[in-house]
Structures are given as C-alpha cells and as structure tokens.
Design a protein around this ligand. Structure first.
Ligand code: GLV
Ligand code: MN
Ligand code: MN
Length: 384
C-alpha cells in the first residue's frame, strides 16, 4: 500500500510530498482510500467536514472502535506522516480477518481531512470542525496562497461548504479512537523499542506576525530614510530562538511571506509564522508574549495540552507488548478527539533518524510490521 501511495503528490525534484487538502493529489488519495475500503467490503462514508470513514459493522447501532490517521502532508513532507496510520489500519484489519476475528463492536478506519493545515494554516481542520472547536464561518473564510477560500475550494471539489461544522451524528459513532503514527523524534530509538504509546501532546500554536514598512528602491534610498520591515522580522527570529531556549520550549519560524519580494527593493511588508510548543502552556505563552511587543500578531491556531486517557493508554501499552509510553511535541487528530471527550490513544512506530516533515522521514519495514501487529492486537482487545 505504501508503494502504491508513493507516486501520489511526489515532487520528482526532491522526492518530497506535496499533498495539500483538496488538491488533485488529495482527491486521488481519497479515491485510493475508497478503493482499499471497497476491496475489503467496508462501507465508506464522507462526513460533512470531508473526513472519510470506512466501517466494518454498523456504527449507527453501537459506537465503534476507530483507527486511522490522515493522507495530506506538509509541503515537501515524507511518505509516513499520516499515510502510515491509514495503511496500518487497513493492514491491521487484514490481520484480524486472517485470524477469523469477528469484532463485537463496529470497527472503523478514518482518514481525516487537512491534518497539516498546509494550505489554510489551521492544522487538524477535519477533526476540529467535526468536534466543533473550530468555528465553521472562520474555517470557510480561511484563504490559501492563491486567495481562494476553503468554501470555494470545497465547492470546487463538489462538497457542500454550508454543511461543515460540529457533527454529533458522526462523533457518536466513535466510541474509541486509536491513531498509529510514525514517531517524529528519536524517543523509541533511545528506548530500543519498535513501537511506543503516547502519554501526552504538548500544548502548541501558530501565530502570524505582520511587520509593516515602506517599499522603496534598494539603491537610491539612504539607510536613514528606510522603514525596512525585514529588520524587526530578523530580530524576532533570533529572539524566538533565545526566548524559547530560556523557557525550555521550542519555537520555529518556518514560513515567511515577503512583499513584494524583489531583490532590488526594500520590502513593504513581511509576514512570518511562528510555531511554539512545550510541555507547559505558561512557557509557550510567555515566549509568544515576549516576541509580540510592538507588532501585529494574530493567533491562527491553539491546541491545549492533551493528556491521553490513562486507563486506555495503559491498556493499549500492555496489549502492544508492554510498549514504552512517551509524550510528543507533534499535533494529531487523536489529540483533538481526546480533548472533545472521545477516549483516544496513539501508537508510535520507531523512526530511525527522528526526522519528520521532510523527505528524509523513514520507518523500517520490520518496525512498520511490528506496528501493524501491535495495532491489530489493540483493536482485537478493544473490539471484544
Ligand atoms: C503536525 O504534524 C504538527 O504537529 O504540526
Ligand atoms: Mn505532520
Ligand atoms: Mn501526522
């Protein structure tokens, strides 16, 4: 399955993946999901927010056990972040069928829409809309780099934008959610284990900083006459690193928009996106507060700390072969569901270099298989 997915949305120049929500690649990935589900005789539904659900058993009669992840990617991302969880879900179901296991509860495979927020800036859009933590009006008005709104993009893909928003009917079908994901650090390498289980997700957010100045000629404008927004932007980037280190958190400026972006002009404006994460919310907030002096800042997303359900976490870790338990600084749909009251857990698969959100992201086939077996065991246990 990973080999089949390998060609979709890959940039041949870099081998990185570009799978923006609702792009041609994303639509192809959704078709692939429907094909895999159909081949297994599962009933596929797309909810009002663009999330896909493949069901073995009828979830309207009894809340099910759901596994899965997402198929979209960051720009120039790797092959595993998201797809490994969806592929492992189908593979785990195959393992259960080979065991002649008949689930006592409906078993679902989910593919969440727009987990990365690469196109519209807000991560976990599908699960945030589903659970109602994201206002539908705000979501529909978000724009991509072309200036197209989510509403326009969804309509173009044949979806009904007016239908997005909290979906209690779909949520009621999800009794328990377990997301398998490639690890995005080297925790499991250090622990010497192919699989692990999540304890918590760090609180994290994204903020847009808008530095305004005056566009002018690079050759004829004296230094004293300049109002160059690149300078406070540069100071902010350096301060982000220092302030984050002082507070024991991580801060990243990974996206910048310079206008008009001429080599021979002082820019008129610079917009920069700051991502800050850490174990404690007050430290994350302190960093953003310190950097936000004298500049226009807007909070584009905020995700509070997620402490996964302790009983479920321990049960999953035990069934996954006494897997080690560890926290993560990466955001996931499982975290959004957990915050909305759905008992949720995560299984991580070892990443030998820890590199993620990059074409270098990797997991060894043997570890992926260990993940599938662990997931199958967990689903079997939860579906009894
Ligand atoms: C999602 O991968 C995130 O943590 O940004
Ligand atoms: Mn990711
Ligand atoms: Mn992911």
């Amino acid at each position: 399955m990973l080999d089949e997915l390998a060609r979709i949305g890959r940039d041949p120049a870099t081998n990185g993946y570009v799978r923006d929500a609702w792009s041609a690649a994303d639509l192809e990935l959704r078709e692939w999901f429907r094909g895999e589900a159909g081949r297994r005789g599962l009933d596929v539904r797309e909810d009002r927010n663009g999330n896909l659900w493949a069901w073995w058993g009828d979830p309207s009669r009894r809340p099910g056990v759901v596994t899965g992840s997402h198929l979209d990617s960051v720009r120039q991302g790797g092959a595993f972040d998201g797809p490994l969880g969806v592929v492992s879900a189908f593979a785990a179901l195959d393992v259960l069928k080979n065991r002649n296991f008949m689930p006592g509860r409906p078993l679902g495979i989910a593919c969440f829409s727009d987990e990365e927020g690469a196109r519209f800036g807000v991560p976990c859009m599908g699960s945030r809309l589903l659970t109602g933590v994201l206002d539908p009006e705000r979501a529909l008005g978000l724009t991509d780099d072309e200036g197209d709104t989510l509403a326009e993009v969804m309509a173009r893909a044949g979806r009904e934008p007016r239908a997005v928003g909290r979906d209690d009917e779909t949520l009621a079908m999800v009794g328990t959610f377990v997301e398998l994901h490639v690890e995005q650090g080297r925790g499991l390498v250090e622990l010497g284990s192919p699989v692990g289980v999540a304890s918590a997700i760090w609180p994290h957010g994204r903020w847009r900083f808008d530095f305004l100045g005056e566009a002018n000629h690079a050759g004829t404008t004296r230094l004293v006459d300049r109002d160059d927004p690149m300078l406070p932007f540069a100071r902010m980037v350096l301060a982000a690193r220092e302030t984050a280190a002082a507070h024991g958190v991580v801060a990243t400026v990974g996206k910048v928009r310079v206008s008009p972006n001429n080599a021979n002009a002082v820019p008129g404006s610079v917009s920069a996106w700051l991502d800050v994460r850490g174990a404690r919310e007050q430290d994350v907030r302190a960093v953003v507060g310190a950097l936000a002096q004298g500049v226009a800042v807007s909070e584009e997303s905020w995700t509070p700390v997620v402490d996964f359900d302790a009983a479920l976490r321990d049960r999953v870790a035990k069934v996954a072969g006494d897997a080690p338990v560890l926290p993560t600084g990466a955001g996931h749909d499982a975290g959004i569901l957990a915050s909305a009251g759905v008992p949720s857990a995560m299984v991580f698969v070892r990443n030998p270099t820890g590199v993620s959100h990059s074409p270098q992201e990797h997991a060894e086939p043997g570890d992926c298989e260990a993940g599938v077996v662990a997931l199958a065991n967990v689903l079997e246990d939860l579906c009894h």
